[in-house]
Write a protein that binds this ligand. Structure first.
Ligand SMILES: [Zn+2]
Length: 148
């Protein structure tokens, strides 16, 4: 999977629009249990050239499936990079592949601790019952798994 920018047609000081729908396979998450991306990644913004540099400035939307840190149920969320700015030197062959840089930027935005209902968990009531019964709290254990 490539996300290419052709720099030859970019003149110094001019800008081009970027409006890309990328297949999420470039995120290379097949081995990842915590994060799943099955829907396309959207990149919208501009690319411009400033002497020897190519600068990308774009809004990135990534629909993901995460697992709740409390109940471990999968839920959908959208990771948004409001402003992904990336600078690279103008390549000699006139082709930039931005996929790896974008992948890194997206993975940095994935929350370590995500809850299935915004700042709380849909299954909090169940979990609290369990916590009171057990009188113990093991932070990262998915409680509902233990209930099953
Ligand atoms: Zn939850």
């Amino acid at each position: 999977m490539q996300f290419q920018v052709l720099t030859d047609r970019l003149k110094d000081g001019e800008e081009d629009q970027i409006d890309e729908i990328l297949d999420p396979s470039f995120l290379d998450l097949a081995e990842d249990d915590e994060l799943t991306v099955t829907l396309p990644v959207q990149v919208k913004g501009k690319v411009y050239r400033a002497s020897e540099w190519v600068i990308i400035d774009a809004l990135v939307n990534v629909p993901v499936t995460l697992h709740c840190a409390m109940c471990n149920h999968p839920f959908s969320k959208e990771i948004v990079l409001k402003r992904w700015v990336h600078e690279v030197q103008v390549p000699e062959n006139g082709v930039l592949d931005m996929a790896e840089a974008l992948r890194e930027a997206i993975l940095l935005e994935v929350p370590f601790f995500a809850l299935c209902n915004g700042d709380t968990c849909h299954n909090m009531a169940e979990i609290e019952k369990y916590i009171h019964k057990e009188q113990s709290f093991e932070g990262h254990k998915p409680f509902l798994e233990a209930l099953d």
